[in-house]
Design a protein around this ligand. Structure first.
Ligand code: IPM
Ligand code: MG
Length: 363
């Protein structure tokens, strides 16, 4: 097949990890007879430096014209002034919103080879296979916000959390569809004992599952309790659905089940086939440019891209198998390596490509 993929390397380690993702996509294209064309564009801090805007019109146009978008990370100390009017993160949030990508899938699976690397005891994380479906274009990230001086010496800031029935319903349906293909357990996470948006979330979720997904088991958990249960009994979870900020926080926590934030991929989807694929980690400015970043979250994101936007399931599974083979060989970056045995970003990418090339191609 032919596909166009927009590349947004972004800032910090973004370009390094995206480069490895592209090598893997090229290896897939060669092995399976596909042709992928890439269009690179600016997003985040690099876009601010070049154009003044974190999401230039040309970038949005490139994404809209593509079948899928592969993104690295945005942000860094250079643009971190809390007084700044434009911020790299606005580019990412604006892009998610403009493309209508309301459902952010963040799978967390702990491969056997990583069970020993987690800060949790291996018997706790063994067999973890969950997916967080994070609402991505609403909530407190997008509600009215402001900081104003109410007196010369007193400033007052607010952010508002807003959800509508339909915004909740569409992401809950997406999560419920996934639960149906998996183990049939849907966990909805909210703060319904305090927040009005959470009470609406809980009512809408309960109703949709009762009427449209009576075959699923639905549980509601408060977000603070969920944070605890993710450490105490992570293997019990199947599909977790939650609002934007809770999902942001819980997935950084959940990444530690695998031992590294550098392992978690994500797919941001809307109603069409086009999706945005990115590692859940940030731009890691402290290690940028050193060839130390773990490219596996980005490489696993390319598997999600093949699966969800291009419909190439065999190719997606091949990438995931190649990552598993690379872990099996102990070829990992510093975040996962025992002292003195770390491989570079590029060496890990090379190992994944080699593992892909060793696999027989299913006809
Ligand atoms: C994420 C990131 C972003 C978010 C930041 C960079 C705006 O933390 O994708 O999880 O909060 O959504
Ligand atoms: Mg985050």
């Amino acid at each position: 097949m032919q596909a166009t993929i927009a590349l947004l390397p972004g800032d910090g380690i973004g370009p390094e990890v995206v480069a490895e993702g592209v090598r893997v996509l090229n290896a897939v294209a060669a092995a399976y007879g596909h042709s992928f064309a890439y269009r690179e564009a600016l997003l985040g801090g690099c876009a601010i430096d070049a154009t003044g805007s974190p999401l230039p019109a040309a970038t949005l146009a490139a994404c809209e014209a593509a079948d899928a978008v592969l993104l690295g990370a945005v942000g860094g100390p250079k643009w971190d002034d809390p007084r700044a009017k434009v911020r790299p993160e606005q580019g990412l949030l604006g892009l998610r919103k403009a493309l209508g990508l309301y459902a952010n899938l963040r799978p967390v699976a702990v491969p056997e080879q990583l069970a020993e690397r987690s800060p949790l005891r291996p018997e706790l994380v063994r067999g973890v296979d969950l997916i967080v479906v994070r609402e991505l274009t609403g909530g407190i990230y997008f509600g009215a916000k402001e900081s104003v001086f109410i007196r010369p010496d007193e400033e007052r800031a607010y952010d508002t959390c807003v959800y509508t029935t339909s915004e909740i319903a569409r992401v809950v349906r997406r999560a419920a569809d996934l639960a149906r293909q998996r183990r049939g357990l849907l966990t909805s996470v909210d703060k319904a004992n305090v927040l009005e948006t959470s009470r609406l979330w809980r009512r809408v979720t309960t109703e949709i599952v009762a009427h449209e997904y009576p075959d699923l088991r639905l549980e509601h958990i408060l977000v603070d309790a969920c944070a605890m249960h993710l450490l105490r009994r992570p293997a019990d979870f199947d599909v977790i659905v939650t609002e934007n900020m809770f999902g942001d926080i819980l997935t950084d926590e959940a990444s530690m089940l695998t031992g590294s934030l550098g392992m978690l991929p994500s797919a941001s989807l809307g109603d069409g086939q086009r999706g945005l694929y990115e590692p859940i980690h940030g731009s890691a400015p402290d290690i940028a440019g050193q060839g130390r970043a773990n490219p596996l979250a980005t490489i696993l994101s390319t598997a999600l891209l093949l699966r969800h936007s291009l419909g190439l399931e065999a190719e997606a599974a091949a990438v995931e198998a190649a990552v598993a083979a690379t872990l099996e060989q102990g070829i990992v970056t510093a975040d996962l390596a025992a002292a003195g045995s770390a491989y570079s970003t590029e060496a890990v990418g090379t190992a994944v490509v080699a593992a892909l090339q060793r696999q027989p191609v299913a006809a």
